[in-house]
Design a protein around this ligand. Structure first.
Ligand code: COA
Ligand code: MG
Length: 299
């Protein structure tokens, strides 16, 4: 399991119309940024913001941060022009790593977007991310995630839109998110079944970092790869929640080392200090170590 690991613990939204935020993004410790052209940009400002974002991406300087542009939804007048602009930027080697499509409700929209990107000459390295933020999307999460097996769809990540889900369902956003637990878990399962990654929604009260840290831990417990964020102060607590503490990394390295010993090559199960370890535990350990190493290598 030495496959390439891309840390996505902390992924920060910023309005595409906010040049100062984009400038700041180049020095923030977020694993990724989502430059928003959808909810955070007013209708009149859409075409201008699209150009401003494309120009800004061309300047580069984002370092190891994954750069994602959230385009407008497939049912809006801006969608195809958004795709065309960033396909063109990508073909010229100055595009984002991915486009995040809002309000996805079926795999067909991803496939249509993927086909369009292909026709426009966007390299396969330009991926698609899908917002899961409607009741239908949660119910169809498996079908959507399974598009990940089809290279045409370019799907890499599902992103939960918990504010929209609260709005659409009437569910209240309360500490611990009991009303949403079933949907959150369902989406994690769907993502894993489809072989794609999955990010939790945002914590709105950005002055309450204790509440944020609790919700990040909850998301990590549920199996999310990371959490989407709205403010730079949220990055550090979020990064901390999605990486195991040094003791656990050390234990993981020890476990890998023990399973890799020649005398243990044929053993499926071992005991170390009174605890049972199966090969699957070594596999989990390898994933954790790969993530820790990827984060360390980036500095
Ligand atoms: N990305 C990058 N930088 C950000 C940022 C973000 N999301 N949010 C705030 N900042 C910067 C500000 O520009 C400011 O920088 P400065 O001190 O160098 O001028 C600094 O962080 C402190 O900001 P602060 O004054 O605490 O917040 P604010 O009142 O300017 O902004 C929000 C608050 C909520 C409007 C802002 O955080 C934001 O726009 N968040 C993202 C919203 C979004 O994209 N929503 C759509 C998806 S949910
Ligand atoms: Mg939304």
């Amino acid at each position: 399991m030495s496959s390439f690991v891309r840390p996505r613990r902390s992924v920060l939204y910023m309005p595409g119309s906010n040049a100062r935020a984009l400038e700041k993004a180049r020095s923030l410790a977020a694993d990724g940024i989502i430059i928003d052209l959808e909810d955070a940009v007013a209708p009149d400002a859409k075409p201008g913001a699209r150009e401003q974002v494309a120009d800004d991406l061309a300047r580069g300087g984002f370092g190891p941060r994954e750069v994602v542009v959230r385009v407008n939804g497939a049912d809006t007048p801006w969608f195809w022009d958004d795709l065309a602009r960033f396909a063109q930027a990508s073909a010229a080697g100055r595009g984002p790593d991915a486009l995040l499509i809002p309000k996805i409700a079926d795999p067909e929209t991803l496939l249509a977007a993927g086909r369009r990107l292909e026709a426009l000459g966007a390299p396969a390295s330009l991926r698609l991310w899908a917002m899961i933020e409607t009741p239908l999307a949660v119910l169809r999460a498996l079908d959507i995630a399974r598009a990940g097996a089809n290279p045409v769809a370019r799907l890499a990540v599902l992103v939960l839109g918990t504010n929209d889900l609260a709005k659409e369902t009437g569910a209240r956003i309360v500490p611990g998110r009991a009303p949403m637990q079933a949907w959150l878990s369902h989406c994690v399962l769907a993502a894993r079944a489809g072989g794609v990654e999955v990010l939790d929604g945002v914590w709105n009260n950005f002055r309450d970092l204790g509440g944020l840290a609790r919700e990040c831990n909850e998301a990590a417990d549920l199996g999310f790869d990371g959490k989407t964020l709205i403010h730079p102060t949220q990055i550090e607590p979020c990064n901390a929640a999605f990486i195991p503490p040094p003791e656990e990394i050390a234990e993981a390295r020890m476990l890998i080392e023990v399973f890799d010993r020649p005398e243990n090559a044929a053993k499926g199960v071992l005991q170390i200090e009174g605890r049972m370890y199966e090969r699957m535990h070594a596999d989990i350990a390898r994933k954790r170590v790969a993530l820790a190493d990827a984060i360390e290598a980036r500095g």
